[in-house]
Design a protein around this ligand. Structure first.
Ligand code: ARG
Length: 281
C-alpha cells in the first residue's frame, strides 16, 4: 500500500475538518491584522465556504473524509498542520501554539481509524505540516519558519533518513508562517512562489529541477496567493479572488477550480492548509 508518493499525482482521498468551532486566534500576522481592524468570525459564511470546498473535491473524484470537530479546537479546520503523509504512512508532527496542541490526539485517533500508521513522530521542538513538501518521491523540503523549529526539524529528519528520504530545511522570515504560504507545487514542475520570501539556495534547487515558477509579491503571501491545492492531472484548487495567479496558471494550461473562500482565509490559512492528503496514486 502506498499513500502519498509525491505532491502532484492524482489525489484520491483527503482528510478535512469543518470550521464548526472556528475562532480567530492572534497567532499569525494575517489574523492579527483582521483582529486589529475589529473583524469577527462569520461562522455561517465559513461553514458555507467549507461545504463548497468539500463539494469541489467530490466533483473532482476526490473522496473526502471529515473529522468530527471538537469544541475548543478553533483552528482544527487547518487539517494539514498536524503532520504529513508519505508513501509508507504518516509523520506525526508537534504543534507549537498551545491553542492547536489538542488537535494532535484527535487527528491521531482519526488516522488510526483509517488504518494509516505513523512512521515518524516528532518528540522534541515543534514540527507542523504546513511546512512539509515532497519535492519528489524521496526528497522532502521543510520550512523552518514560525512553527517548525530546528529541534523538530532535526528530530524528523533523522527518522526520515532511515526510510531513505533526504530532508532539506528551508529557513524563511517568521512572518511567512509556514512554507506552504510562500511555496506551493501546483502541478508537475510548476510552483507558485514568493521569491522574495525564499532563500536563494532553494530557488536554485528549483531552477536545477526545471521548475516553472509563478512569482507573487510578499503582500500576496498574506492574501494566500500561493496557498493552493494540486489535484493532479493539471487540476488545481484555488479561490476566486486569486485572479492574477489563476490567470497565469491557466496560461500554463492548468485547469483552475475556483472556490469562493474569503472568511476562512482570515484565520491565516487557505486551501492547502485545509487539506490533509491521504491518498495520491
Ligand atoms: N498550512 C498552513 N499554512 N496553515 C495555516 C495555519 C493557520 C492557523 N490559523 C495558524 O495560525 O495556525
Amino acid at each position: 500500500m502506498s499513500y502519498v508518493k509525491n505532491a502532484t499525482n492524482t489525489l484520491k482521498k483527503v482528510l478535512l475538518c469543518p470550521p464548526t468551532y472556528f475562532e480567530f486566534e492572534p497567532i499569525n500576522v494575517i489574523t492579527e491584522e483582521w483582529l486589529r481592524q475589529g473583524e469577527s468570525v462569520n461562522k455561517e459564511a465559513c461553514l458555507r465556504e467549507h461545504a463548497d470546498f468539500v463539494q469541489a473535491y467530490r466533483e473532482n473524484d476526490v473522496e473526502v473524509v471529515l473529522m468530527e470537530p471538537t469544541p475548543g479546537l478553533t483552528y482544527e479546520v487547518f487539517a494539514r498542520d498536524f503532520g504529513g503523509c508519505v508513501a509508507e504512512g504518516y509523520i506525526m508532527g508537534k504543534f507549537r501554539e498551545p491553542c492547536r496542541v489538542g488537535e494532535t490526539e484527535k487527528y491521531e485517533a482519526k488516522m488510526k481509524e483509517l488504518g494509516i500508521a505513523p512512521i515518524a513522530r516528532c518528540t522534541s521542538g515543534a514540527f507542523e505540516g504546513g511546512d512539509f513538501w515532497l519535492l519528489d518521491e524521496y526528497t522532502i523540503v521543510h520550512g523552518i519558519i514560525a512553527r517548525t523549529d530546528q529541534d523538530g526539524y532535526i528530530n524528523i529528519k533523522r527518522q526520515m533518513q532511515t526510510l531513505g528520504y533526504t530532508m532539506i530545511g528551508i529557513p524563511c522570515n517568521r512572518e511567512n508562517l509556514h512554507l506552504d504560504m510562500c511555496f506551493n507545487i501546483v502541478a508537475d514542475k510548476v510552483a507558485v512562489v514568493c521569491k522574495a520570501a525564499l532563500p536563494d539556495f532553494f530557488l536554485k534547487m528549483l531552477e536545477k529541477r526545471h521548475f516553472t515558477l509563478i512569482d507573487v509579491p510578499q503582500e500576496g503571501v498574506f492574501r494566500h496567493y500561493c496557498n493552493l491545492q494540486a489535484l493532479g492531472a493539471g487540476r488545481v484548487i484555488s479561490f476566486t479572488d486569486n485572479k492574477n495567479v489563476n490567470e497565469k496558471m491557466q496560461t500554463l494550461g492548468l485547469n483552475v477550480i475556483r472556490v469562493d473562500l474569503v472568511e476562512i482565509l482570515k484565520g491565516g490559512g487557505g486551501p492547502h492548509c485545509m487539506t490533509f492528503p491521504l491518498l495520491r496514486v
